[in-house]
Design a protein around this ligand. Sequence first.
Ligand code: XCC
Ligand code: SF4
Length: 638
Amino acid sequence: MNERQSINQDAQTMLRRAHMEGIDTVWERLAAQQPQCGYCLMGVSCRNCSMGPCRVDPFGEGPQRGVCGADADTIVARNLGRTIAAGAAAHSDHGRDILEVFLETAKGETSGYEIKDEAKLRALAATFGLEDGDRPIADVATDLADAMLEDYGSRKDRVGFANVAPEVRRTLWDTLGITPRGIDRETVEMMHRTHMGVDNDYVNILLHGLRTSLSDGWGGSMVATELSDVMFGTPQPIMSTVNLGTLKADSVNIALHGHNPLLSDVIVQAAKDPELVALAEGMGAAGINLVGLCCTGNELLMRKGVPMAGNHLMQELVIMTGALEAMVVDYQCIMPSVTDVAKCFHTRVISTADKAKFPGATHISFDPHRGLEIGKQIVRTAIEAYAERVPERVLIPGEPLPMMAGFSVEAILGALGGTPEPLVDAIKAGHIRGAVGVVGCNNPKIPQDKGHVTLTQRLIENDILVVVTGCAAVANGKAGHMVPEAADLAGPGLGTVCRALGIPPVLHMGSCVDNSRILVLAAALANYLGVDISDLPLAGAAPEWYSEKAVSIGAYVVASGIYTVLGVQPPIFGSEHVVNLLAEGLEGVVGATFGIEPDPEKAAVLIRRHIEEKRRALGLPFIDPETIDVPATVGAGA
Ligand code: XCC
Ligand code: SF4
């Protein structure tokens, strides 16, 4: 039973506790929702106006049009467009929050923040075409912040980071009319277009969907990533640990959950405050132990080495250890249920973003002017909760596993000696066949981490370098794929390269906004070779995606020229036209398509074939794609 919910031992132990104590989890709630609405699963329901709600019968017997006359193509495309807009909005608004604090920091108005990476700041200013001329760093920062703030609006023809994309790709976007103009603008326009009676042409809607997603990947997400590097440091390879064993029975445990590193960074500072450490010791604790969850966890892991308690589906289970004093949340992917689970234990859920409040949580409003002070207040609240811990209820399963993180583009190029040449040479020679980004969430419809881990294993053993972000990264950490010794799990070519460089075959590139790092790396490789991104032997995969943000990510990866396989079926199957466009038609438009394959073994085959096709087209040694198939041993009941 538990194996069907998660492949991880730590999760299974907690699930047994949940069943014994009758604590509701995401899995029970998914079961309670069965059967889920077939119209919604196929994307053919619409409630965009009050003449509806409407649904189109995908089997042709019931109504074929909504009250307004919209058919299945229009309804499916509109729904997908709004999903992309929501995802892009989430990433981009996160980027804006970072940007605003960055501007205030440049003006010296914040507490607990500084400009850590001046070299990166100057490089970004150059990308934005801002004159540097050795001006004081605060002036450069202010000008860059202004230029980025303008990118959110509608005063430009294209966002500044579009400059990072290869010129061929930019020209293609211009020709198609999908160059992202403003970060907010494209999302707002998508909401407009999908209002009743505006854009009714599914192709036109979906093209704007690509544009909206590009305003995320090459816009809002890239702002979030790059400015976080400037303020908190550009990640470099770092060792840490992962799983629920990162909690310490004798310490005050605080989990930092969500996506935005602004607050969590000052909490890391606050947790070192001698006064607070003494307070914790005075309560009988050995110290203060911070752990991460989801992407706030990834941000802290890759820059500070903060241990990672788990990914998306661990957020309820970590509370059930009975050892968590506080779960500090910012926003995105935080299940409203965490406050319910917390009621069964002594855990305080502390919300911090005024735009993300949780009934049942303690709200401590984040204010960058008093960042450090608020960080200390939060840590103090957690220490006080320690007095209420019930020692007999503490159940921390297993020992933490080692994992390496921190592979920013700068770090990867650094490991290669400052140029993509060694990587390109290894790819040309076929030691490394290509590279794949395995990204995205957990989804209770799939045994937790099984999709990520199986797919990654198949890729690396076939000499494909894997880069990971988000919850996929955490899954691979738990599977032991992210230590240098994992080179032994890779094929002979990739394994040799990894051993020579002392790196794992699976590289942690960060949080979900850090998928923008994958774009930057792909652009660097394409520029180095003088080709388009779509010519490279690359692919993307989101084996266990659940979130609207993941749809935006998938769309911008495809719109950037990278074939992407989804493991969970998106709600588009009510329109054959939309399915055909996404799965085939886009090839002739942006040079890449979506694949949909729930079985990770088969997804690996699709990706390997794709990579060999790209190698063939580049004139590199290739394996005949026809000969690549699922190994006969798989599924034989072994
Ligand atoms: Fe959320 Fe980023 Fe998905 Fe994980 S991977 S469930 S979006 S935390 Ni982003
Ligand atoms: Fe129905 Fe059209 Fe209104 Fe959607 S927009 S709810 S299809 S009438």
